[in-house]
Write a new protein. Structure first.
Length: 546
């Protein structure tokens, strides 16, 4: 088997997500490429959660609808997903909870009882039975279990050995000679990218699907040398990072749409006070609280216009973990170079899915413009490009930052000529930001680059779109930066295209609106807003109809 998909499902609290990760790690050890899609409800216990693990010899960035294996920890998993199982597919199920003559039935309840193990270890029994059924060597399974389990390892290995020994092998999935890669979620890649670009302080209030950035940085705070704190709300979090940036520490916060709404006044403060601010907005279904644990791409226009008053901010959106790593570091550096807000716009699918992680190059901290300590320090001194040298409290400088309009020293001002002078200063800075975009890889092109038909997408839709265009022999255009808009690179990517189709996970076609504002006409739109991501199969069918 060269490309196959495994679904692991059960109730919240049964360990289906951990089981999916362990299965992914097993095949990662065997040299296969991996992608994990997570689907879970906003419940601590009960409900229906599942992980879809896709395994392939080729590189890819999305899951598939058709299933080759189902591991059903409860009956609902069997009932909900049986119709997606391929004809030659295999189901492994808990025989006490599911009644069927298909597949492999394990009496998991009795197995854990006989070995005096807690019920949650039933997921380990199912993993082990699956591993044996597809010919995975015990040594590989044992190694992964030891690496991934941090408590009661001996009991877990005991139940794993029992399930493994009591299962027959049905097929043999061969080990590949290719080198295994690291596996990271999009949120973990975002965190690492910022750390490598000099992140020193992280503060946030938990909000799905951005929460795991907080957890990951907190768990690794000593290793990364990052101070991590949980604020009492999103308003506090944005003000925390503004304060720590003012004090000279590279800082970041992250949230989802509702929390981002609370942060927008702080984003304007960062622009007016010229304090570096990096905010991650990981979108979920909305508006308001929406559907908390499911995704969408409906915050694009909001992010581009977030905050009040006239200012431009960098907004970028990655399509996979490698881009998430790269762009979080780039945006942190750009925030400090231009002393202005930057926004990393991601979504649930990218934030919480697990990817192969192979960044082309490592991020590094780029130097900001610092005061030369000559003469009187003026925080907002005039310059040709609008960027003023930085100094921080506790040095020989008196550093005055303010949310009010101000003069060069930072003293509040209401004189009309002075207001125009300072606004023009900031506008010069934003003109430089537009030039900066031209230096970066701001637009990517995939598929048949000579095709006169193209689809355009942003964010996590890249994965399914890339696979779809490869099948159909057309072009894919993916903007990484959305503000300032990379118009020169976009026009180059669109050269020769006479039919352009936008693909988005929202109901209003927000990317198409952005393109319209740049004088670029979209001929057709494919919009998906059922809270679930595109798969390549879905997209191919929709494109063929067009």
């Amino acid at each position: 088997m060269k490309d196959f998909t495994i679904l692991v499902g059960g109730q919240a609290g049964q360990g289906s997500r951990k089981a999916g990760l362990i299965i992914a790690k097993i095949f990662n050890q065997m040299g296969y490429n991996i992608f994990i899609h997570e689907d879970y409800q906003s419940l601590i216990k009960g409900g229906h959660n599942f992980s879809i693990v896709r395994v392939s010899e080729k590189e890819f960035l999305t899951h598939r609808n058709n299933l080759d294996f189902i591991l059903a920890l409860d009956n609902e998993t069997f009932l909900k997903h049986e119709n997606k199982l391929n004809k030659k597919g295999l189901i492994i199920f808990n025989s006490k909870k599911t009644k069927t003559e298909k597949g492999i039935g394990l009496d998991i309840d009795q197995m854990v009882k006989d070995l005096s193990c807690p019920l949650i270890m039933g997921n380990i029994a199912m993993i082990s039975s699956f591993a044996k059924s597809v010919g995975v060597e015990w040594s590989i399974l044992e190694k992964v279990l030891k690496n991934e389990l941090n408590r009661e390892i001996e009991k877990n290995l005991l139940i794993a050995k029992k399930a493994y020994s009591e299962t027959n092998q049905f097929i043999k999935i061969e080990k590949l000679k290719t080198k295994k890669s690291n596996l990271l979620t999009g949120n973990e890649a975002i965190a690492l990218g910022a750390v490598d670009a000099g992140l020193e302080i992280y503060s946030a209030y938990p909000m799905t699907p951005a929460t795991s950035i907080l957890h990951y940085l907190a768990d690794n705070s000593k290793k990364f040398k990052v101070s991590v704190s949980q604020a009492e709300n999103e308003i506090s979090a944005i003000n925390f990072v503004i304060g720590s940036s003012y004090a000279g520490k590279r800082s970041m916060t992250a949230t989802s749409g509702g929390g981002f709404a609370l942060m927008t006044e702080g984003i304007s403060l960062g622009a007016q006070a010229e304090v570096p601010v990096l905010v991650v907005n990981s979108q979920r279904s909305g508006p308001a609280t929406g559907v908390p644990t499911y995704g969408g791409q409906s915050d694009l226009l909001f992010s581009l216009a977030s905050g009040h008053g006239d200012f431009v901010r960098f907004v970028a959106s990655p399509g996979d973990a490698n881009e998430a790593y790269y762009l979080s570091g780039v945006l942190l550096n750009l925030a400090w170079k231009y002393q202005s807000p930057t926004i990393l716009l991601t979504d649930k699918e990218l934030s919480e899915s697990t990817f192969e992680f192979n960044p082309e190059k490592k991020n590094k901290k780029e130097k900001e413009l610092l005061w030369d300590k000559k003469g009187e320090y003026k925080r907002y001194s005039q310059s040709k490009n609008g960027i003023s040298p930085l100094a921080f409290p506790g040095t020989s400088a008196v550093v005055k930052s303010t949310s009010y309009e101000h003069d060069e020293k930072g003293l509040s001002a209401e004189d009309s000529d002075l207001v125009v002078l300072m606004q023009n200063k900031r506008l010069r800075k934003f003109e430089e930001m537009k030039k900066e975009i031209d230096k970066l890889e701001a637009v990517k092109v995939y598929g048949n680059k000579k095709s006169n038909k193209a689809i355009i997408c942003w964010g996590s839709v890249k994965g399914s779109a890339k696979e779809a265009v490869e099948e159909l022999g057309i072009k894919l255009i993916q903007p990484l930066f959305l503000q300032p808009f990379p118009i020169k690179q976009m026009k180059k990517a669109l050269k020769g295209v006479n039919k352009l189709i936008s693909v988005e996970c929202n109901s209003t076609g927000q990317l198409a609106e952005v393109l319209k504002g740049q004088g670029i006409k979209v001929d057709k739109q494919i919009l998906k807003y059922d809270m679930r991501p595109f798969t390549s199969e879905d997209l191919v069918l929709k494109l063929k109809k067009i």
